[in-house]
Design a protein around this ligand. Structure first.
Ligand SMILES: CC(C)(COP(=O)(O)OP(=O)(O)OC[C@H]1O[C@@H](n2cnc3c(N)ncnc32)[C@H](O)[C@@H]1OP(=O)(O)O)[C@@H](O)C(=O)NCCC(=O)NCCS
Length: 161
């Protein structure tokens, strides 16, 4: 709750789930659902803890891209606003790429998608060597959204190389 409320302005700008400050009950329900999805091998959500302070400073997760794309996973992330630009999101995303290709059977590609105007988020896959696949029109649902989504992908072959 502390990390989300300290980051509300930034999360509100980009994340659908943060259009109002989530209540403690809503967060608890989300974490319980996340745990169930983890056990069902559908979504693997993690909290990011800062080594020096031990504080929770964000969250990152892997999930199946879709029921049709059975060989693809997607990564999502957010980092507490007063801890950004320290490499936390890219470190978490790099670990999830390694975990996805190593631990989930038959995965050939891992994607990250975001709003095309979200420069901080775009910088993460670019830094990790993902390939830019292009932009697609999409619904505007938060105040930061531009109406264009950007899609990035890394293939197993490129990762292994
Ligand atoms: C996007 C977000 C997760 C980035 O987290 P972070 O921990 O600051 O990212 P990192 O420190 O790993 O930075 C990765 C790269 O992004 C760059 N970057 C970070 N913030 C940036 C910004 N505001 N503008 C441009 N580049 C930025 C960093 O410089 C770094 O590149 P470099 O190492 O080549 O210099 C964070 O800003 C955030 O939580 N935003 C709100 C939620 C959100 O938009 N989530 C993604 C939804 S798709």
């Amino acid at each position: 709750m502390d990390a989300v409320s300290a980051s509300f302005a930034e999360l509100h700008r980009w994340m659908i789930w943060c259009q109002t400050m989530p209540t403690r009950e809503a967060m608890l329900t989300f974490l319980q659902e996340d745990e169930a999805e983890f056990d069902a091998d559908q979504r693997w959500g993690y909290s990011i803890f800062e080594c020096a302070s031990g504080e929770l400073v964000g969250s990152a997760g892997l999930r199946r891209a879709s029921v049709i794309d059975t060989d693809a996973l997607e990564i999502g992330y957010w980092v507490r606003s007063d801890r950004t630009k320290r490499g936390y999101a890219s470190t978490a995303a790099r670990s999830l790429v390694d975990a996805g290709f190593t631990c989930v059977p038959n995965i050939r590609k891992i994607r990250i998608r975001m709003d095309a105007a979200n420069a901080a988020s775009v910088a993460v896959p670019r830094k990790l060597g993902f390939k830019f696949l292009g932009e697609v029109k999409r619904e505007v649902v938060t105040e930061g959204h531009s109406g264009l989504g950007a899609l990035w992908e890394i293939e197993r072959r490129a990762h292994d190389a």
